[in-house]
Write a protein that binds this ligand. Structure first.
Ligand code: ZN
Length: 176
């Protein structure tokens, strides 16, 4: 489902986005409206120190599946190059090119993620992002701002800003 985010104060359309958010990005979600400068939350961004790290971000199985599906889609795209399209002749190349592109994108993306998980660079990057997030969350004013803007904070979080400390880091990759 597509949702539209509008500024609560001036009603300017800020963005439309998929809901629920499929590809969560991590970082400070607070942005300012370009028109009236009021602050809002970018719904696509989450604080890693609050949400933790999802197992699926490090799942070799799911990135392998993604790569395999990419191969199948690529094969389909290549196959379509040799077929006659149902619609107008001018559109002949649109679908084959589209599926070939999607297939290549998924293969490259899947393999890239598998390499990063295997050599540990993804873990290193996530750990750094996690620490930066915890650093931001140590600031009570920042946490209160998130709360006021409507961030779904876990119970008790407001009384315990900071979420995790460096000591907790060992736990966040639990199960891998
Ligand atoms: Zn505004």
């Amino acid at each position: 489902m597509r949702k539209v985010l509008k500024c609560k104060y001036c009603n300017k359309k800020i963005m439309s986005y998929d809901y629920p958010v499929l590809q969560v990005r991590y970082g400070n979600p607070i942005r300012r409206c370009k028109k009236c400068n009021a602050e809002y939350l970018d719904p696509r961004y989450k604080e890693m120190g609050i949400e933790g790290i999802k197992d699926s971000d490090f799942s070799k199985a799911s990135f392998t599946v993604m790569t395999v599906i990419g191969v199948l889609i690529l094969a389909r795209g290549i196959y379509l190059f040799g077929t006659e399209p149902l619609g107008a002749k001018e559109l002949k190349l649109v679908m084959p090119l589209f599926w070939t592109g999607v297939g290549i994108f998924m293969i490259v993306g899947g393999i890239f993620e598998l390499i990063r998980i295997n050599n540990g660079s993804k873990q290193t990057k996530y750990l750094r992002m996690y620490e930066e997030s915890c650093e931001r969350l140590k600031d009570e004013i920042y946490v209160e701002k998130l709360y006021k803007l409507g961030y779904d904070l876990p119970a008790g979080f407001l009384n315990r800003p900071g979420g995790g400390t460096a000591d907790d880091d060992a736990d966040i990759f639990a199960g891998h």
